[in-house]
Design a protein around this ligand. Sequence first.
Ligand code: MN
Ligand code: MN
Length: 294
Amino acid sequence: MFMHNKRLMYTVRVSESNPKLGSLMLEQFGGPDGELAAAMRYFTQGVADEDPGRKDMLLDIATEELSHLEVIGSIVAMLCKGARGELAEAAKSEADLFATMTEGGESHTLSLLYGGGPALVNSAGVPWTAAYVDTKGEPTCDLRSNIAAEARAKIIYERLINVTDDPGVKEALGFLMTREIAHQKSFEKALYSIEKNFPPGKLPGDDRFSDTYYDMSQDDDGDGFRGSWNSGPGWEFVDDREKQAAVDGGDGSATVKLGKAQKTALENLSKRTASNPDADPTTGAELGRGMTQH
Ligand code: MN
Ligand code: MN
């Protein structure tokens, strides 16, 4: 069950009204790397996880992300609060209201459609979607995605911190950013505490190809750049073009076995749509340009 504590997880002290900044903050409210996406990601994983320790961690972090959603939503609400009253009560001249709402960002959409409250959209007004949640129900895969999701969330917070000089907003964003670092750490520990975590899932992969690096992008001098990602004892480096095609030893073509009726239908299709290399028909394009003679 969920219970609500009326105190925010981190105190939100916004210095002044700034609806434009508020619409930028929506990126972490209803955006792909935002708090709702994070909460739903870990919640969907947590309810299905069989491992009691990992299940508990996922539900702890999912619940914390909802608390972050409340903090970032409150930041948006405070940044828009002044403008919200002015708009609802027509407290300024039309021209002044128009200017405060349209001087950049999506704050006009936020104000007109959502009355200046936080909406489940990103900073460009795109509605939140469950497509942001990529849970697969396999911990060795989901934990890797969670590590990447926390890395992205950290970077978006870092950029938001860089665009505001409001000390209270900076401080609260700094907290939210820091928590994503802590989550990344938990997810990495949880991944590596599964002793067989690579490759993800159960099937081992075909060892003819699992330690091979195909040097597909070559310049005139031959080899591309080398590093630990493609050289050393763990790698077979293949730059011979001949050895990059039909690597299974087959002829590299695509075939399928078909029944008699399907074969006949395909032959008919092939006959009907065959091109005649000797034909040179006059086209509409030529007629339009006055080229009727060949
Ligand atoms: Mn968060
Ligand atoms: Mn997080």
